[in-house]
Design a protein around this ligand. Structure first.
Ligand code: PEP
Ligand code: MN
Length: 283
């Protein structure tokens, strides 16, 4: 289990050293090991009503965790940057109402202690995949970390970033494929579903897929969500907004709650027959 026969430089992340798949516990939930995680929510937390209302719908339609950005890594410094701690407070209130654990991005080491009071899973965004001080800092925590693949990172570089977190003592790493930069311009990114079976082969860590950022266009998200699960992903992270046209970020790639509901029904049909086969092949 190596790339082109070379012994991988990552040790703790490698399948060779740890043949059993890692199962990351988030409260009562498990990520990996056959569980189908569906993290859903808006790109950004915009206000209290928005996040609480959408969380209640998502819970009803079968989401297992709630996402929402409070610290937003925007390409332009003039775009909405997120509500910061206020956004995290609204997320915690949404968790209180629904029981859904919270996934949210932290961009700055300085914010980690405060953010840990609210968040259940710390998201390291694609733009920070190689922010080594930040990786080391989350490695010193016990909280689960969702490590997104960098925009132009190879699978090996991504696993090396996971190694930074693991080597500091935090074993709770969940990988997230979110699309990479290619020459293609018809979609925002190219969702690299090759990464799912490759990562399963090279590593014991769970891997989930983000078709929202991977494709960038809402109408293509359901097809790629089903494809990701069929390829053996341990789950999905999806952007869902009550009114995508008015979203403060990433509206063009966000599903409506009704579209999410339909997708969940299709996922249920897909995963019933396919899960045992995928599970058998991924060990
Ligand atoms: C996000 O999840 O909203 C986000 C900014 O993701 P990424 O880091 O993958 O671009
Ligand atoms: Mn987004």
């Amino acid at each position: 289990m190596s790339i082109h026969g070379k012994t991988p430089a990552y040790k703790l992340a490698s399948r060779e050293r740890h043949p059993e798949p890692t199962v990351v516990r988030v409260g009562k939930q498990a990520v990996g090991g056959g569980a189908n995680t569906v993290i859903a929510g808006p790109c950004s937390v915009e206000n209290r009503e928005q996040i609480i209302q959408v969380a209640q719908q998502l819970k009803q339609y079968g989401a297992t965790m709630l996402r929402g950005g409070a610290f937003k890594p925007r390409s332009s410094p003039y775009s909405f940057q997120g509500l910061g701690e206020e956004g995290l407070k609204y997320l915690a209130q949404a968790r209180e109402r629904t029981g859904l654990p919270i996934v949210s991005e932290v961009m700055d080491i300085e914010h980690l202690p405060m953010a840990c009071d609210y968040i259940d899973v710390i998201q390291i965004g694609a733009r920070n995949m190689q922010n080594y001080p930040l990786l080391r800092a989350v490695g010193r925590l016990k909280k689960p970390v969702l490590l997104k693949r960098g925009l132009s990172a190879t699978i090996e570089e991504w696993l090396m970033s996971a190694e930074y977190i693991l080597s500091e003592g935090n074993p709770n790493v969940i990988l997230c494929e979110r699309g990479i930069r290619t020459f293609e311009t018809a979609t925002r990114n190219t969702l690299d579903l090759n990464a799912v079976p490759v990562v399963k082969d090279l590593s014991h860590l769970p891997i989930i897929v983000d078709p929202s950022h991977g494709v960038g266009i809402a109408r293509y998200v359901p097809a790629m969500s089903l494809a990701a699960l069929a390829a053996g992903a341990d789950g999905l992270i999806l952007e869902v907004h009550p009114d995508p046209e008015r979203a403060m970020s990433d509206g063009q790639q966000s599903l409506t709650p009704a579209e999410f509901n339909l997708l969940m029904q299709r996922i249920e049909k897909l995963t019933a027959p396919i899960a045992p086969e995928v599970a058998a092949r991924s060990v």
